[in-house]
Design a protein around this ligand. Sequence first.
Ligand code: HEM
Ligand SMILES: *[C@@H]1O[C@H](CO)[C@@H](O)[C@H](O)[C@H]1NC(C)=O
Ligand SMILES: CC(=O)N[C@H]1CO[C@H](CO)[C@@H](O)[C@@H]1O
Length: 326
Amino acid sequence: MARKLGLWLAVVFAVAATAEVGRAQLTEGFYGQTCPNVESIVKQAVTTKFGQTFITIPGTLRLFFHDCFIEGCDASILISSPNGDAEKDAPDNQSLAGDGFDTVIKAKQAVEASCQGVVSCADILAIAARDVVVLAGGPSFNVELGRRDGLISKASQVAGKLPEPNFDLDQLNAIFSQHGLTQSDMIALSGAHTLGFSHCDRFANRLYSFSSSSPVDPTLNSTYAVQLMQECPQNVDPQIAINMDPVTPQTFDNMYYTNLVQGKGLFTSDETLFTDSASKPTVLNFANSPGSFNQAFATAMRKLGRVGIKTGSQGEIRRDCTAFNS
Ligand code: HEM
Ligand SMILES: *[C@@H]1O[C@H](CO)[C@@H](O)[C@H](O)[C@H]1NC(C)=O
Ligand SMILES: CC(=O)N[C@H]1CO[C@H](CO)[C@@H](O)[C@@H]1O
């Protein structure tokens, strides 16, 4: 009788364990036995890269966002295709800074030297994205791990997956909610625009061709509009990129929201968060309370990191982040 009960319990536990795998959960201590120092190794590599260029910070943060929104957080964005038809070759990726890619590649090399074939590129990108936020003075948070690297990376999959700078609130909410992210998550994640650069063509319509009655977007602070016209004259060199946060461009802080309140959101998708009454209260809260913003950003980054993940026996642990294992 006792033996039969034991057998029965074993079956119940096995079924429960399978269900757990099926739910594809990440855990903070995923590499505790197999690569216990992975986070300090990645942090070291990211810090070294940051010592060479500041672009490490915005480049890596934006790379994580784009990776997660296309095929899930599975490092598919890192794949190089000899035919130029991988995710990173899509027009929407044209402006991804090469230094973001290089950060992950360098960190992967450092991790492989200690724990060969164990840690996914997707997890390294997730850790590095947290580390760059901290390096810029932003909040720290624990990163959930256990992602596997994806087996698909196609430029043709990118179209329509990323938000555009001319989106309104409904369009932003629609694309973020497809990934289980709320309006509040979306507003907090947009705070990443407290760092980094934008090319002039992404907002030139707000300066020169907004509408037939007003060439300049009336929601744009007029002082800021003049400054932007000086930095981005019509027919400017398309390589020119300007700071997205005109006040504290190299610090991860809540200045993005203070800027929105003053009409200094660079994109329509930024300023609309303040001008639309449905999102304005959240912007005011984040502008007035750095603590609320930091907490919401950390929560939203962890949620972003769960989008479309592969776990268990799905995908692979890539040896080289830029190529599928063959
Ligand atoms: C809400 C919708 C969003 C839109 C429409 C959007 C759009 C853009 C655009 C057009 C640029 C300028 C690219 C260029 O010209 O070089 C940019 C830059 C950037 N975005 Fe976003 N973004 C959004 C959300 C996010 C999120 C969620 C993150 C990360 C959590 C993020 C992080 C960044 C960073 C760090 C940069 C600067 C990149 C650099 O300096 O290399 N963005 N974004
Ligand atoms: C526009 O920007 C200026 C200079 O940064 C600032 O002093 C002013 O308060 C802003 N205007 C509005 C309406 O917020
Ligand atoms: C960083 C990166 O790989 N950018 C590529 C994005 O896509 C264009 C083509 O559309 C490539 O020329 C870029 O090199």
